[in-house]
Write a protein that binds this ligand. Sequence first.
Ligand code: HEM
Length: 129
Amino acid sequence: MSDSDLSVYEQIGPEAFERLIDGFYRRVATDPVLRPMYPDDELDAAARRLRLFLIQLFGGPATYSDERGHPRLRARHLPFRIDQAARDVWMQHMQAALDEAEIADPARGAMLAYFERAATGMINTYNPD
Ligand code: HEM
């Protein structure tokens, strides 16, 4: 059996998700575009929701849906104005956090491909240019 036959969660384990999300939210905390979008005093709670969501998505325990129900991610992002620039900043931080967490391929590649696609799907403004 090769690594890629295992779920990402089985390949990297829960600690890697913790490292990833810690690194990502440390960057969000000082980012002039993203920080104002997140509710005041809620960064720790937001970090936990993203961590549990990703663990569930990549084959780990379904604690996210036990607590939050169906993810409905696009609907849950509609209150925030997500344009291409905000999406790109989000992606830059996630990519840097993946590097810092030292998540190796094939898990890294699978996660990056998901993030690229899903982050684009979260764009909810129309820019005709
Ligand atoms: C791969 C792309 C993304 C994923 C998987 C993702 C995932 C999530 C999840 C799971 C939540 C919590 C939902 C809940 O249970 O309430 C959330 C909240 C949020 N996301 Fe995203 N998101 C993505 C992209 C983005 C982008 C591109 C932005 C902005 C540029 C963004 C901004 C926010 C904000 C402001 C919140 C509210 C914080 C909170 O209360 O949790 N997200 N996201």
